[in-house]
Design a protein. Structure first.
Length: 254
């Protein structure tokens, strides 16, 4: 039996192995499959609306940043809509890991403007929908009702969220960081890192614990690897198959 706390099951773009990713069906499916949290992606449309979409383009190859939200595909949700679906799932409201996508290369010199706009608009949308949900929950504050973690590969984005006093933040990692770099992440006020699966080892976990950073690993579907990560005491696993992940990790506590 493990001495760790059961890691959070975080549905990658919803239950994306069984439903179209980043859609209402995928988020509801995540709830059905017992997810604790949902991870989703947000991009800025040409009119400033926040669109839940992973790639810089829609399936029809139109660029998200160059398309008004009124012309988005019917299945594409606004950020506030997606948060509401997850945070008000009837059986067990889910937390939401909002991955803010950085500017595309074809935005020329407008990268800083894009970062400022998407962060400020995301924080405003999160605050508005959180207040709306909490107003219908007697005696609860918005932070009690809506659990949010903002992550990004773009360090400037998560740093800006911290500067503006937004929700908890996590830096997405494709590679390991040195002890000094991990400490700097912590000192900037970020509470977690979200590393790609291949980075995570017992030694990596020890170094993160040493500076007080939580670790949410992505993207893991293999049951054996999920059990290994649970034994390492990771805080969360991002997975396309939430039901499989929950079954696999539960055996660690048997």
């Amino acid at each position: 039996m493990s001495n760790c706390v059961h890691p959070l099951i975080i549905a990658h773009r919803g239950a994306s192995a069984d439903y179209p990713e980043n859609t209402r069906d995928a988020f509801v499916g995540a709830g059905i499959q017992g997810s604790d949290w949902v991870e989703l992606d947000v991009r800025l449309a040409s009119d400033g609306a926040l669109i839940v979409n992973h790639d810089p383009w829609y399936h029809d190859l139109r660029m998200v940043w160059d398309t008004p939200s009124s012309e988005r595909p019917v299945e594409s949700l606004l950020l506030a809509e997606a948060i509401h679906i997850c945070a008000t799932y009837p059986e067990h409201p889910m937390g939401i890991n909002v991955e803010i996508k950085g500017p595309s290369e074809d935005l020329d010199d407008n990268h800083d403007h894009y970062r400022n706009a998407i962060v400020e608009r995301s924080l405003a949308a999160i605050d508005e929908v959180s207040r709306s949900i909490s107003s219908s929950s007697v005696g609860a504050s918005s932070s009690d009702v809506v659990r949010i973690l903002i992550s990004s590969f773009d360090r400037e984005i998560v740093d800006l969220v911290r500067e503006l006093g937004g929700p908890a933040t996590s830096l997405l990692l494709l590679d390991d960081l040195s002890d000094a770099e991990l400490l700097q992440v912590c000192e900037q006020g970020h509470t977690a890192v979200n590393p790609v699966e291949r980075v995570v080892t017992p030694e990596f976990m020890k170094r993160c614990a040493g500076v007080g950073l939580s670790v949410n690993v992505w993207t893991v579907d293999d049951p054996q690897r999920l059990r290994e990560l649970a034994e390492m005491c990771v805080d969360g696993v991002v997975t396309n198959v939430p039901a499989v992940a929950r079954d696999a990790i539960s055996t660690t506590w048997e």
